[in-house]
Design a protein around this ligand. Structure first.
Ligand SMILES: Nc1ncnc2c1ncn2[C@@H]1O[C@H](COP(=O)(O)OP(=O)(O)OP(=O)(O)O)[C@@H](O)[C@H]1O
Ligand SMILES: [Mg+2]
Length: 580
């Protein structure tokens, strides 16, 4: 009930459409109840009494009824669909909007295909709740009550007999729905499995091909498909038993009525037309009971889908802004300070501390560099500055503010990041650079691209800045992608810069050019740079050597060399292999 009540609140903006649509459905249904009565009159008054002139009037009335019914049905379809399409439009948007608000940890814990499945398939499955569910329910109830009234009017005693199968029918319907809900839930989950795997197989198609994994991936996919098949068949098996049983019960009613009614007609207690009309209305009366069962089926399905969507909408972001978080349009400038920061990914038992008591400061105009082995925690440290994750202990401050007290928007507006794995969005080169500053002029974009040493290669692309980069930027080389992400940050021009291996995928020549550009960009800003190639950070104000989540050495390039510690060893190694 909770899921339905909640869904109901989403209908509020469409109240008027809903009223018109349901109203039309009710009128169309009432019109549907007319014809059997006219048929009764045709039999009793026209056929039996051979009254030809009455026949014409009745036929005209019948045509009128059918035409009206068609008109109202059209109205019903249009308005109900306005409601239902509106509902899924709103729900999908809300789910997507909320997803964007959720923290990174949410996405790290889940397969993206599963999330996609909820936002696409489960929302879609909800559609049926309105048209095939709600409307059918109203039609069924009107038909049920309407035909019951007419049945009683036609013959009360016969009506009573026709009610014999009702208790059994009700029992069947309710036990079916209990069984079905579980099955539907399983179906939704299995469908998400398929989506998750499919998405992964498409994203990883290069790896699949190069490792010749096609067959195994296909087998795995067939396995997931089989799961969905099984889940579907389980529901269908339940349905295959219940549906015929329900039909059987209503047939039983008709048989009783024909037996008793036939005797009554012969005895003269009932006209022939009366009996024909009674059986027709009885059909109308039992149909809704079958329909109610189907409605239930759809509601159970919708409920399973609704629960899954609301689970997204209700997910609480791990990183939450305080109620009175500070926001301003002024640039955030000032000393950035990590004070005894400890951090771990994940929650609960899986929690393993990756950073231990990290303490350092960075002033505007300074360049703080992180070096250290792969997996030592460099990327993790810088990802804490934009408050991507909550820390366990300690504090991170910018000027006088603890970043916990700042509005995320305000904080992140002031930070420019070039991430270790460059990511481009499907769209043009121009759009991708504009990501850094929506609304910037073409000149500004070109300027930024020139600074990032990207302008030349962009111009050589088929359509220049209007070239589509493909999903995730697949149509560009690694180094090209990287330069576009650098141009993005140059365009944004924030007071705090974070460059995680920003020039790792360009050749040495390009690196020197970009390095120059970046040095220009870094002037007066607070800069954090992670670099494997030590040559690029020789000028750093401060180099922090990280090992196993701790700062093990700290100083300038020359100080650290003189120390002959781990930095010295790293440097020696690179020197030896000619990289520096
Ligand atoms: N999202 C995550 N969830 C859980 N653990 C993570 C996550 N990201 C990184 N880790 C773990 O945290 C540790 C530090 O990772 P981090 O990415 O900060 O290393 P790094 O120093 O940047 O390495 P590299 O030089 O290879 O980029 C590693 O042990 C890694 O396995
Ligand atoms: Mg890293």
């Amino acid at each position: 009930m909770k899921t339905f009540r909640r869904l109901f609140t989403y209908l509020a903006p469409y109240r008027i459409f809903l009223v018109v649509g349901l109203g039309a459905a009710v009128v169309a249904t009432l019109l549907h109840l007319g014809p059997p009565y006219l048929i009764k009159i045709i039999i009793d008054k026209v056929l039996v009494q051979k009254n030809l002139s009455l026949l014409n009037y009745l036929i005209l009335a019948l045509i009128g009824l059918y035409l009206l019914r068609s008109g109202f049905t059209t109205l019903q379809i249009i308005y109900i669909n306005k409601v239902q399409q509106g509902l899924i439009f709103d729900l999908r948007n809300e789910a997507h909007q909320h997803l964007q608000r959720l923290s990174l940890s949410y996405f790290e814990k889940r397969q993206s295909g599963r999330i996609v499945s909820r936002v696409v398939n489960d929302v879609e499955a909800l559609q049926a709740i309105i048209s095939s569910g709600g409307v059918t329910l109203v039609i069924a109830l009107v038909t049920l009550v309407g035909s019951l009234i007419i049945l009683i009017h036609l013959n009360p005693k016969l009506t009573l007999l026709a009610m014999i199968p009702i208790p059994a029918l009700t029992f069947l319907v309710s036990s079916f729905s209990k069984k079905a809900h579980k099955g539907y839930r399983r179906m939704r989950r299995r469908l998400a499995d398929i989506n998750a795997l499919l998405q992964e197989n498409i994203a990883g198609i290069r790896e699949i091909k190069s490792f010749r994994q096609e067959k195994l991936r296909q087998e795995k996919f067939a396995g997931k498909g089989g799961g969905y098949y099984q889940a579907n068949m389980a529901v269908i098996r339940i349905w295959s038993v219940f549906f015929p049983l329900i039909m059987l019960m209503s047939a039983l009613g008709t048989v009783i009525v024909l037996w008793y009614g036939g005797r009554a007609a012969i005895a003269g207690d009932l006209t022939i037309g009366g009996l024909v009309a009674f059986v027709s209305y009885l059909g109308l009366f039992y149909t809704p009971i079958n329909q109610l069962n189907q409605v239930n089926n759809i509601f159970q399905h919708g409920r399973a889908a609704g629960e899954r969507i609301f689970a997204i909408i209700d997910a609480v972001p791990e990183v939450k802004e305080k109620k009175r978080a500070i926001a301003s349009n002024l640039p955030l400038a000032g000393k950035i300070k990590f004070n005894n920061v400890s951090f771990s990914y994940g929650t609960g038992k899986k929690k393993k501390e990756v950073l231990h008591q990290i303490t350092f400061t960075a002033n505007p105009g300074e360049l703080v560099a992180f070096v250290g082995a792969s997996g030592s925690g460099k990327s993790t440290i810088v990802s804490l500055i934009p408050h991507f994750y909550n820390i366990n202990e300690g504090s991170i401050t910018i000027g006088n503010y603890d970043i916990k007290d700042l509005k995320l928007k305000h904080l992140r507006q002031n930070i420019g990041m070039v991430l270790q794995e460059p990511f481009l969005f499907n769209g043009t080169v121009l759009e991708n650079i504009l990501f850094g500053k929506p609304g910037a002029s073409k000149e500004e974009v070109v300027e930024a691209a020139k600074t990032a040493n990207a302008h030349n290669f962009i111009q050589e692309l088929e359509l220049g800045y209007e070239t589509e980069v493909g999903e995730r930027g697949v149509k560009l080389s690694g180094g090209e992608k990287q330069r576009i992400t650098i141009a993005r940050v140059i365009l944004k021009n924030p007071p705090i810069l974070i460059l995680d291996e920003a020039t790792s995928s360009v050749d040495s020549e390009a690196e020197i050019l970009i390095q120059e550009a970046l040095e220009h960009l870094m002037k007066g800003k607070t800069n954090f740079v992670i670099a494997h190639r030590l040559s690029t950070i020789r000028n750093a104000t401060k180099i922090l050597v990280i090992a196993d989540g701790r700062i093990v050495e700290e100083g300038t390039h020359w100080e650290l060399l003189a120390k002959k510690g781990s930095y010295y060893r790293l440097y020696q190694m690179q020197f030896q292999f000619g990289d520096t």
